[in-house]
Design a protein. Sequence first.
Length: 190
Amino acid sequence: MNTASTRGETPEPVILDAAQLTSDPALGTRFATAAHGILAGLVRDGAALGWVDPPSHDEVAELLGHVLSAAQSGDASLRAAYLDGRPAGLGYWLRYARPTHRPHADLEKIAVAASAHGRGIGRALTAALIADARRAGIEVLTLDARGDNNGALHLYRSLGFAEYGRLPGFVAVGERRYDKVLCMLDLRQG
């Protein structure tokens, strides 16, 4: 049992990388199932993760397969967060495919289970992905977020991301419209 839990302290998240997730096939299978649960639950509750309707298990498995394959060739990073031994979040970046854009990557997703919000998991995942990007020689890490996702935008700013563009009313969810906020982190600067 985690001693932090027994003393009433908040346990630190454990962040695994793609190699750790794939080193044990059973862990990888459990992670894929958990990732589906996290993503589908967040989308069902209105999170801005690129789906209007919750993704199917097959969609998430295909996405994870693509990211894991890219990670094996050095063109991506996948991180999973565990809290008290349970999957609590995931995030990844993918390198741009065009030859002229290869020093750049897009932070595609950071998703934290609703039950784990406020526990530092989004920060830990994002920091680990930034460190992975530096090691991979990424020069500029970009991302976009829905304009009403204030918590995520605050987190990204606190980690050094700067807004470089905004598309007003670009994201349509039913009758509602939200800005698409474009952010970047220049890793060439220290």
